[in-house]
Write a protein that binds this ligand. Structure first.
Ligand code: MF3
Ligand code: CO
Ligand code: CO
Length: 255
């Protein structure tokens, strides 16, 4: 069942989303070559806890950290580690979910560490723009498939590959709720959007193939050929008017 939130519930959820978004800003500030992904996770953990919230990922299905941190070919679900050192030129995807007062906010961003290659830059720009193409379709009366198709069309027209194995989702009391929000599909299909729905749109995009591999740690999801991958995510509320990006922050947001 898809839960529809009242205006009051959305206000509460906004707090969780602001904290999740603030954690990404804190990560951006702390990010520097030479640090480990474990150190970056600690910055995120401490930020969330300092706001009186809980990192929803910690312990989720046994996940051992507060954020998923995925470097270069790693797409999602990277486990922070003291042994994983971030280098100049890396792209680092950070995915943070926070819970406060019984509601969750979920967002992700792929950061550039210093100067990155032209090909990395283009992948990041396309994936972030695809997220906004999806968000544009998140209006009452449309269907989930309209969002899915917008994301897919945008990425594929630029020569990239949508990963189908992992998808966006509804969000609220739980981090993952109905409906599924795939990054691929046909316009006019799927559940109809109504004001009060809250969903996570999160394109997961590969450079060279649609396939992924799961690493022996059983979490880390990697681009099938070991090439680059990117991930951006926002929590969005459907309203009577424009889509409301609940996880908006000072991080770059394309038009
Ligand atoms: N935040 C992720 C999402 O966008 C889920 C992370 S679950 C974890 O859906 F267990 F890996 F943290
Ligand atoms: Co997420
Ligand atoms: Co999500």
């Amino acid at each position: 069942m898809i839960s529809v939130k009242s205006a009051k519930e959305i206000e509460v959820m906004k707090r969780a989303c602001e904290i999740a978004a603030g954690a990404l800003v804190a990560a951006e500030k702390a990010l520097r070559p030479g640090m480990s992904t474990w150190e970056l996770d600690k910055v995120i953990h401490d930020y969330i806890v300092s706001k009186g919230a809980r990192p929803s990922s910690l312990g989720y299905g046994g996940f051992p950290a507060s954020a998923c941190i995925s470097v270069n070919s790693e797409l999602i679900h990277g486990i922070p580690s003291k042994k994983k050192i971030i280098r100049e030129g890396d792209i680092v995807s950070v995915d943070v979910t926070a819970e406060i007062d019984g509601y969750n906010g979920d967002n992700a961003y792929t950061f550039k560490v210093g100067e990155v290659s032209e090909e990395a830059q283009r992948l990041l720009q396309t994936t972030e723009e695809a997220l906004y193409e999806g968000i544009k379709m998140a209006v009452a009366g449309n269907r989930i498939g309209d969002i899915s198709n917008a994301v897919q069309t945008y990425c594929e027209s630029r020569g990239y590959f949508i990963v189908e194995k992992f998808i966006g989702h509804g969000i609220g009391h739980e981090m993952h709720e109905a409906p599924d929000v795939p990054n691929f599909g046909k316009p006019g299909r799927g559940p109809r959007l109504v004001p009060g729905m809250t969903i996570c749109i999160e394109p997961m995009v590969n450079q060279s193939c649609a396939q992924v591999r799961i690493m022996p740690d059983r979490w880390t999801v990697v681009e099938g050929n070991g090439n680059l991958s990117a991930h951006y995510e926002h929590t969005v509320a459907i309203t009577d008017g424009e889509p409301l990006i609940l996880t908006k922050s000072s991080l770059h947001h394309p038009k």
